[in-house]
Design a protein around this ligand. Structure first.
Ligand code: ATP
Ligand code: MG
Length: 385
């Protein structure tokens, strides 16, 4: 009869780090179904996303940690992706050659999708993020996508905000997604092709998003949509810098990210979290946009700095990322958003539209500069230290 206890095993697994959360596997609640049968130990490691970085490495380390316990002969580690039906097995046996493999040095999270290349047809994939909700991400995403399309680029817009999809309203599209070439057909408006969970009816949602996971949704929006050849895929991320956003930034082979902020200190503190999130997964930050930067009175043209205008510029210097521009607080932006007619369409010559166009140009310059001509691989020039 073995003396190994559940506590021994959990203690050993407590020494294995989950690079995503920075906590150990036990504290991250990733160890499931631990079973001890004499000298045989088995357990499941549950990952919260199919493209979780270093899945194999973590499994190996967990196996090695438990194998080292005295009295343990066999360790079976299964993994699953938040889905009890999807179990992938990997068994280890402590044979005579049988020193268990030593855990290797902790690796930083990698970008698995870059290996998987889920979106082979998009030259550049740019995510729009914010540390805080309501700062104007979707407004920037739709106007930027249209501005890029107006420049002649073929542009896709993916609404990755599963719980608050605002792209349909802001683009004024209320149709449902259909199919084309046996794939999901994106809807088109203002020269931009787009997908959103808001384009799926309630009934379909139940079928397609059974047990929805944000990462999975994004994978589906990359792989199962008939995007055709795209120059740009613009992704409107859900607000914040939590696990869902982090997972998402790893589910997509991003070329770069734009962080939108308003000028208040509290928003800028959150913007820093956004920059740090991308830093963690080695996605270049293409820059910060300061939205609702200042207010110009439509009656007297007087400019009022409602919230400490200029904070975005200072913050981008401090975070060592480019400053992409400031968008004034302008009622026509809000009205255009509500009415499904973004300002670059309704008033293309306005200062706000010009600001969006400048941002589009700056993005275009940055990503095309980053393109490695030899290998066709995007260089991560704006890597932040
Ligand atoms: N520069 C601006 N001037 C006036 N109103 C604006 C401006 N930018 C955004 N808005 C308005 O502010 C509201 C929030 O903007 P938006 O939905 O783009 O933010 P968000 O960051 O995407 O929000 P969420 O976090 O909920 O996804 C909208 O009503 C939008 O029309
Ligand atoms: Mg939004």
């Amino acid at each position: 009869m073995s003396d190994i206890t559940e506590n021994d095993v959990l203690k050993a697994l407590g020494n294995v780090q989950d690079p995503m959360s920075g906590k150990d596997l036990v504290a991250s609640n990733m160890v499931k179904d631990l079973q001890i049968d004499d000298s045989n130990v088995s357990f499941i490691i549950e990952f919260n996303n199919a493209t979780y970085p270093n899945k194999d490495k973590i499994q190996e380390q967990a196996k090695a940690a438990v194998s080292e316990l005295s009295g343990v002969a066999n360790v079976t580690v299964n993994s699953r992706v938040n889905d009890p039906l999807k179990v992938v097995s990997s068994q280890s046996s402590k044979g005579q050659a049988g020193r268990p493999q030593q855990p290797g040095p902790q690796q930083r999270p990698q970008m698995p999708p870059q290996q998987q290349n889920l979106a082979p047809n998009a030259k550049y994939i740019v995510a729009i993020a914010s540390g805080k909700g309501g700062v104007g991400k979707t407004t920037v995403a739709v106007n930027l996508a249209i501005a890029l399309a107006q420049n002649g680029a073929k542009v896709g817009l993916m609404d990755a905000d599963i719980y608050g999809p605002n792209v349909p309203m802001m683009m004024g599209v209320h149709d449902k997604l259909g199919t084309r070439n046996n794939k999901i057909a994106p809807l088109s408006r203002y020269g931009v092709e787009m997908v959103s969970i808001g384009f799926i009816s309630q009934g379909d949602t139940a079928i397609i998003w059974r047990g929805p996971l944000v990462g999975r949704m994004v994978q589906q929006f990359l792989q199962d949509v008939d995007w055709g050849e795209l120059d740009y895929l613009v992704i409107d991320l859900p607000p914040g810098t939590g696990d869902a956003q982090l997972t998402l930034t790893q589910a997509v082979p991003l070329t770069g990210a734009i962080v939108v902020s308003t000028p208040q200190d509290v928003a800028l503190t959150d913007a820093k979290k956004g920059v740090n999130m991308f830093r963690k997964v080695e996605v270049p930050v293409l820059g910060i946009v300061e939205n609702m930067s200042y207010f110009v009175c439509p009656h007297c043209n007087e400019r009022t700095e409602i919230f400490n205008h200029g904070g975005g510029k200072k913050a981008s210097k401090k975070f060592n990322v480019p400053f992409l521009g400031e968008i004034p607080l302008d009622i026509t932006v809000r009205v255009g958003g509500d009415e499904g007619k973004p300002i670059v369409i309704s008033d293309p010559d306005s200062p706000v539209s010009q600001a969006f166009k400048k941002i589009a140009e700056s993005i275009n310059q940055q990503v095309t500069k980053e393109k490695d001509e030899d290998s066709g691989v995007l260089k991560r020039v704006f890597k932040i230290s």
